[in-house]
Write a protein that binds this ligand. Structure first.
Ligand code: ATP
Ligand code: MG
Ligand code: MG
Ligand code: MG
Length: 479
């Protein structure tokens, strides 16, 4: 099944259950200072959960662009090294705002996965919240009893607060959750293991795909929980992971969400994916990062020197560095991937088609400017190496490379290690802390980096809408 069909089948399943389909909100919510990027499907609906706004329909379904590169949910270091954490990913969701609760959410999730998508129920596991003394919360026996109707009890695992109590950030709506995991290990591999290891959730091929959050509480600034006025359902399923399961592959990068991008990288760089781990990591990182950067720009968040814009710039530089070091690409090429991205995703996300030219121009410009400093930085780095007496380069020197030439610290460390030198990371971090203090003041102005882009496709652009109250969904279009 093609990824496009997987996405639309999810949405129409919930539409049939009386949900309204809404488009993804932009990844930066202009007026939510608690969150740098939307990191889950629920973020744009926060005001509904808090009872500060009332939605037109108490049931909603969507696919939300999420970015997990900062704050409480930061997966950046995983990306490229594992096969199922991305910076940008789509989160498919169904929502009940004070309408249905656990019973329907669990039954429908099961119906969709097993009856509609046809996933073998014998590869599914679910988890429920075991309770927490910290917050004086009991085990979620209600969810446990509901799951028992569908799945044998040895496949219902109890999980702690870390895994089974969902919180968007340090504050805000939250609640116990049930996760659905899929074991995609081959039969031969499973035959080799038994007992506890069979339900080992840390195995890279036992992957969480869907989280059903039972939203009942609000975490206040002082850390305490208060009950929400109504109970809500917030679910989030990783679209790329679902595609991996339904397309019968072992990695998100082997789904049709990523393969067209990877093929294009292979063509441009004349390297092959699947032959050498270092090159594979670099290709995965670039295929992932281009999506994060491109969608961010299409949403109006341009790379810059502060706040969210700086995070985007760093992600792009990280990608450029991988291309430069491992794929031997010394000239801009990441911008050339935008074409295939817009081709493959433009239907579901028209903003990518509409802003394609701008996205390409901005990425090309950014690549060019970093490649310029990358070269100059290398000249300086060589000089530093020549002048270094011992075996360690000072944190200050590394910081100069980072600060003046935009050199990521890991690139500096890598090049130094190739030359048999070490890096004083502690000294570097001290310099970084000093700089962070300086930029914290500046980040207050980061909202200036936001540029509102007007959609070309007028018939699909309904305008900026504050809904009944202050919910920041600024675009409306047909999905
Ligand atoms: P994981 O434990 O794998 O890091 P999570 O528990 O942090 O996932 P949730 O916050 O529950 O994830 O998000 C809901 C769903 O979104 C997950 O079940 C998963 O399918 C998907 N998801 C989460 N993080 C990522 C990511 N970085 N890349 C791709 N999909 C993700
Ligand atoms: Mg996670
Ligand atoms: Mg998890
Ligand atoms: Mg989870």
């Amino acid at each position: 099944m093609k990824s496009q069909d997987i996405r639309s089948q999810f949405l129409s399943f919930f539409e049939d259950k009386k949900h309204s389909i809404v488009p993804s909100a932009p990844m930066v919510l202009k007026d939510d200072p608690t969150l740098m990027f939307v990191n889950s499907g629920m973020a744009p609906f926060k005001e509904y959960f808090l009872g500060n706004a009332v939605p037109k329909n108490s049931r909603i379904t969507d696919t939300q662009k999420c970015l997990r590169v900062s704050g409480k949910h930061n997966d950046l270091e995983e990306v490229g090294y594992d096969t199922y954490h991305h910076t940008l990913f789509e989160m498919l969701g169904n929502w009940s705002f004070g309408d249905y609760f656990k019973k329907e959410a669990i039954a429908w999730a099961w119906e969709l996965l097993v009856d509609v998508y046809g996933i073998d129920k014998d590869i599914l596991y679910v988890t429920v919240f075991e309770g927490s003394d910290d917050d004086n919360l009991p085990m979620d026996t209600e969810a446990y009893d509901l799951w028992k109707q569908f799945i044998s009890e040895d496949r219902i695992l109890k999980g702690n607060k870390k895994d089974n109590f969902w919180e968007m950030g340090d504050q805000g709506p939250c609640g116990p959750c049930s996760e659905i995991h899929v074991d995609i290990r081959s039969a031969e591999e499973k035959a080799k293991i038994s007992g506890k290891d069979l339900v080992n959730q840390d195995h890279p091929q036992v992957v969480e795909i869907w989280n059903l959050v039972f939203m009942q509480y609000n975490r206040k600034a002082n850390g305490s929980l208060e009950s929400l006025p109504d109970k809500h359902i917030d679910t989030g399923m990783g679209f790329e992971r679902l595609c991996m399961v339904l397309q019968g592959v072992q990695s998100n990068y082997d789904t049709d969400v990523f393969t067209p991008i990877i093929r294009e990288i292979e063509t441009i760089t004349d390297k092959k994916y699947g032959k050498e781990e270092k090159i594979d990591v670099a290709i995965r990182v670039i295929a992932d990062h281009v999506r994060a950067v491109a969608f961010s720009i299409a949403d109006g968040q341009l790379p810059s020197n502060t706040g969210a814009g700086y995070v985007i710039r760093r992600i792009l530089r990280r990608a450029v560095r991988y291309g430069f070091t491992f794929l031997d690409k010394k000239e801009p090429f990441i911008y050339r991937l935008v074409d295939v991205l817009s081709e493959k995703m433009g239907r579901a996300f028209p903003e990518m088609k509409a802003q394609k030219q701008l996205v390409e121009n901005v990425i090309k410009e950014e690549e060019q400017s970093f490649l310029r400093t990358l070269d100059q930085g290398l000249v300086l780095l060589n000089r530093i190496v020549e002048e270094t007496k011992g075996d360690t380069v000072s944190g200050e020197k590394a910081f100069e490379l980072y600060d003046t030439y935009g050199f990521p610290i890991d690139l500096t460390a890598l090049i130094l290690s190739e030359k048999g030198l070490k890096l004083d990371e502690k000294g570097f971090n001290e310099e970084l802390q000093k700089q962070k203090k300086r930029s914290r003041a500046a980040s207050e102005m980061s909202r200036d980096d936001w540029t509102v882009l007007v959609d070309d496709a007028e018939e699909e652009f309904v305008g900026y809408d504050s809904l009944e109250a202050n919910v920041k969904i600024t675009r409306y279009r047909k999905v």
